[in-house]
Design a protein around this ligand. Sequence first.
Ligand SMILES: Cc1cc2nc3c(=O)[nH]c(=O)nc-3n(C[C@H](O)[C@H](O)[C@H](O)COP(=O)(O)OP(=O)(O)OC[C@H]3O[C@@H](n4cnc5c(N)ncnc54)[C@H](O)[C@@H]3O)c2cc1C
Length: 456
Amino acid sequence: MSVSTVYDVVVIGGGLAGCSAAIAARRLGAKVLLVERLSFVGGAWTGGMVTHIAGLIDHERIYEKNDFVLDPKKWIVQGLACDYYDNLKKYGAANGIHWDHEAGKFIFDIILEHEGVDILYGTQFFEAKCSSGKIDSVGLIYRTTRIDVEAKIFIDASGDGDLGASAGCEFYFGRESDGRMSPATLSYMIGDINKSYLLSEEDYGVPIGGDSEVKIDAGKQAGKEDLNVILKKAREDGVIPRNMRPAAICMKYAEGRERNELWCSFVRQWGNITNPWEYSAMEKEGRKTGWEIFQYLKANTQSCKDAYLSGVGSQIWPRECRHFKTHYVMNADDFHKESRFDDVVGRCGFYLDLHSVTPGECGFDLDVRHSCRDKYFEIPFRALVPLYVNNLLLAGRTIGADHHGHSATRVMGTGIATGQAAGTAAGIFVKEKLDTPLQVDVSMMQGILRKNKVVI
Ligand SMILES: Cc1cc2nc3c(=O)[nH]c(=O)nc-3n(C[C@H](O)[C@H](O)[C@H](O)COP(=O)(O)OP(=O)(O)OC[C@H]3O[C@@H](n4cnc5c(N)ncnc54)[C@H](O)[C@@H]3O)c2cc1C
């Protein structure tokens, strides 16, 4: 079957960037269609179980329990992030910047319906039809139904840049010199762990997270387990796969409730997710690795002896994919110099966090933190505007950034900011009947963003 329809704005990809773009455009009166290939929105947050919304605050503060974390009016990124937080908090599904990924699937349906955004779930974008440097329509597929949608302007919030690539934007994969990309990860949760055997935050004196290796005294350590240290040794001894990073984090987000659950971000797979064969191999290998590590933990630790697999991400999620050529390209210097721009439309509070592109190497090519607290750099509108295609904007992971700059801009808090900015620009584009986003009056756009609680 084949159908066609018309909208003002079409947003491809319902991650936090895409949701934000759709809502912002809708708030300016545009008729908006949000297209998501999964059965829920939220992208890597809900589908990849990534519950820490980075970039909203300075990363060095994430384990603090003060207003900088718990009061969104103190965050580096506000606007729609504050609205999302208020909604999630109402249902007990947010603790500062830690948002409940399962409740989010339900709550974002309520939010998007309230805002008046139309959504197609289970629907994949597959082609852009273009003429005279513009996208005329996009081809979508839901099972055996083909849907052609015309619109005045389109937003690529697909993370991997499917729309921009199909529309003819210039791009390269990963590192410009050789196309190597940061690894993708299949996350999963281990439930019913026995925490009495685990080292606690009190034992450490600091919150346990990631692959922290805080030294603690032997007395406190007696009979207790640090899973990340155990896994690191097993990896070095060759008894579990090398393509893993010891990164088990005790879940503790919704309203600060501690759960008997571990979020496991162990698996690392290097490859190009846009290639169907490579992607399938990454999924299969990722699950194999994840399963072996889980079995190892069950057989070799007291804390996981009776545990079970309580959830698995909807897919192996990539950190990096296509980089588009845009009117401004974010880079490492923007982080170092804390760049400020006249056409600022958003902020990034994250650091240079580049997971190694070398297969089997589970460290970081860059791990550069801010020298002091509450630092951020600005994102200019030009980074959202690709070259050559005249009615396309980018949001979230797809914005113009090189391999290094992207390691900071890729996170979800920044995605909310760039999504809100792209949607606002699209709303203006439609209202003012413009020919290219470069004609958007940026000071008018900044005014609208500020009215919608964005701090710039
Ligand atoms: C393991 C892991 C850990 C991470 N840790 C953190 C962290 O702690 N904090 C943080 O903030 N960030 C983290 N990140 C990065 C962050 O999750 C992503 O970069 C972020 O989700 C990007 O947001 P987005 O909205 O641009 O894209 P996504 O969240 O990737 O959303 C894109 C959406 O588009 C949809 N889509 C894609 N292609 C199509 C298509 N052709 N048709 C229709 N729909 C399509 C996808 O299904 C998806 O829902 C992590 C990433 C990974 C993989």
